[in-house]
Design a protein around this ligand. Structure first.
Ligand code: IMP
Length: 173
């Protein structure tokens, strides 16, 4: 098995600083509730909020989505919910990757129903080739090709989340 480096640690860190600057600018004078989607977004969330200079509270959530075959919305199973009431709060979801878009489209609807003052999404990666459910990404790290990637929070069978870079997983090589 060989891992080919796709996004280097340097490239990731410099892009994250740029994203944090955009977020600081957009939320100037406001307080922000960041909701990291576990497990994949833990590293992106940690690195991103280190560069924020606005007041931040941090929550984590874990959810699985299932397409039910008959509607395009899918079902959401929340494995771990946030503790805080987000009504009238400015909320930023942080996610590792938007692939088919199913998870984020249903998670976004669920959080929207809780009445936040605003709800935006920061996704580290976006794979446009696989998108089936439209998701608006307000802050995007990188658009990537249709490859299975690992590292920087993303896993293959639970492994490789700890890598500081994003690699392409080539099974059998
Ligand atoms: P969705 O298809 O947009 O709902 O993505 C669901 C989840 O699949 C993401 O949050 C990731 O955890 C996982 N995923 C999608 N593409 C990849 C990949 O290339 N590598 C690792 N995990 C992925």
């Amino acid at each position: 098995m060989a891992i080919e480096v796709y996004l280097s640690e340097e490239k990731i860190q410099s892009r994250i600083k740029e994203l944090a600057n955009e977020i600081n600018e957009q939320y100037k004078g406001k307080e922000l509730t960041v909701i990291g989607v576990l497990n994949g977004a833990f590293m992106f969330t940690a690195d991103l909020i280190r560069h924020l200079n606005i007041p931040v509270t941090l929550e984590f959530m874990s959810a699985s989505s299932y397409g039910d075959g008959t509607t395009s919305s899918g079902k959401l199973e929340i494995n771990l919910d946030i503790k805080k009431d987000i009504k009238d709060k400015h909320v930023l979801i942080t996610e590792d990757i938007v692939d088919t878009g199913l998870t984020l489209s249903v998670l976004r609807k669920d959080l929207e129903a809780r009445g936040p003052a605003s709800l935006k999404l920061a996704s580290f990666l976006f794979k446009p080739a696989r998108l089936e459910h439209k998701v608006d990404i307000d802050f995007l790290g990188f658009e990537i090709e249709d490859k299975f990637v690992i590292g920087y929070g993303l896993d293959f069978a639970g492994r490789y989340r700890e890598l500081p870079y994003v690699g392409i997983y080539n099974e059998g090589k």
